[in-house]
Design a protein around this ligand. Structure first.
Ligand code: NAI
Length: 356
């Protein structure tokens, strides 16, 4: 069941481990170590089958290679998936995370990890009891805390770059923005946008969460089912991946898509669909690099907060370059971003692209 997936993958290696007590498959996909150790989050999730978990790890690891390259991070790309039968809590969760820490340590630094869906800084504290290669730990354990606020800052800069490209000014005053997902990133983004004078509508499956953000910022709450088709200047997906597909793209009523969610395009063809629909798309692996920059800056490189702030603002500058290249070459913004990533990999390694 795994052979076809691995054979058709363009990454370097996959580590698979079955944790019998937790009935959990652990996958670590090392997509590229050419730019340094493969870096990527640890996702804990219930999948329909173990192969679905492996496929997710592989896909996300490939995106991490691009994200690291564009952000000029000191790492290549990787991703870990813990394919659990149910999300464990308490002692069961701790035991599983320690076993996972042993697996990460067995790779002797080839893989560096941080939180992702269903894992957080406290989980990384536990993983780091067994390995030196867990980042995104809590402040109390020498980490730099949640990545979500800096991811939101990066998205904010990226959104301003998109608005400047489409409307000729980066001023967000009076711009209508729909934010899908009021979690760690979306909630902070709503705050930044309302402070900048934007008219923000927010949607979350968790109605209480959306209301709490709305009350504290003055944003409007809309029903989650209406988020994609709500008329606006910018749609900011900050919930799930795969939400831009043939059907949803035809219902969009925005000029720009600029949000944090990973792997927003359901298929590569959806980049063309957005272009044909006249929607400017900020490639996810560029605009959501703030979280990676947060970990790299504060836990790996020891940069100052002010240098990190400049790097986050650089997400906007990079997107401006990508938007201009896409226009000049008549290609999608996704293609322009991938081209930039490959150029930066070549610059960083001094090697030509490997042919796989
Ligand atoms: P989170 O789990 O804190 O928030 C996600 C929110 O989306 C939750 O409130 C959830 O109820 C809501 N949601 C789920 N499905 C929805 C739907 N169909 N419609 C409306 N709301 C829905 O996650 P977080 O950390 O805010 O991340 C958001 C997205 O950004 C995720 O896709 C994540 O992978 C991505 N991302 C996050 C980074 C970070 O630093 N936290 C870094 C890079 C990407």
């Amino acid at each position: 069941m795994f052979d076809d997936l691995i054979r058709s993958w363009d990454g370097e290696a996959v580590v698979m481990h079955y944790d019998a007590p937790g009935a959990t498959w652990m996958f670590i996909a090392l997509h590229s170590t050419r730019g340094g150790a493969a870096g990527g989050g640890t996702r804990m999730k219930v999948y329909p089958s173990p192969a679905d978990g492996l496929a997710d790890a592989m896909r996300l690891a490939g995106a991490m290679t691009l994200k690291m390259a564009v952000a000029r991070g000191p790492n290549g790309g990787g991703k870990a998936v813990l394919a659990v039968p149910r999300i464990p809590q308490g002692a069961e969760r701790r035991r599983l995370l320690l076993a996972y820490g042993d697996l990460v340590e067995s790779l002797h630094g080839a893989f560096r990890t941080a939180p992702d869906v269903n894992t957080d800084d406290r989980d990384m504290d536990v993983v780091s009891e067994r390995t030196r290669h867990a980042y995104g730990r809590s402040d109390a354990h020498g980490g730099a805390g949640s990545t979500a606020p800096d991811t939101a800052v990066g998205v904010f800069h990226g959104m301003r770059a998109g608005v400047a490209h489409v409307f000729g000014t980066e001023d967000l005053h009076g711009r209508r923005v729909v934010v899908q997902g009021a979690g760690g990133v979306g909630g902070e983004l709503v705050r930044l946008l309302t402070e900048a004078g934007a008219e923000v509508a927010v949607a979350d499956l968790d109605a209480d969460r959306a209301s709490a953000i709305a009350v504290s910022t003055g944003a409007l709450v809309i029903h989650p089912a209406a988020a994609l088709s709500e008329p606006c200047d910018v749609f900011a997906p900050c919930a799930l991946g795969g939400i831009l597909n043939e059907k949803s793209i035809s219902s969009l009523r925005c000029r720009i898509v600029a949000g944090a969610a990973n792997n927003q395009l359901a298929t590569p063809e959806d980049a063309d669909r957005l272009k044909d629909a006249g929607v400017l798309y900020a490639p996810d692996f560029v605009i959501n690099a703030g979280g990676v920059l947060h970990v790299v800056a504060l836990e790996m490189q020891g940069w100052s907060r002010s240098r990190l702030g400049d790097e986050l603002a650089g997400i906007g500058r990079t997107l401006t370059e990508i938007f201009r290249t896409a226009d000049a070459e008549r290609i999608t913004t996704e293609a322009a971003a991938e081209r930039l990533a490959r150029r930066r990999i070549r610059e960083a390694t001094g090697e030509p692209e490997p042919v796989r």
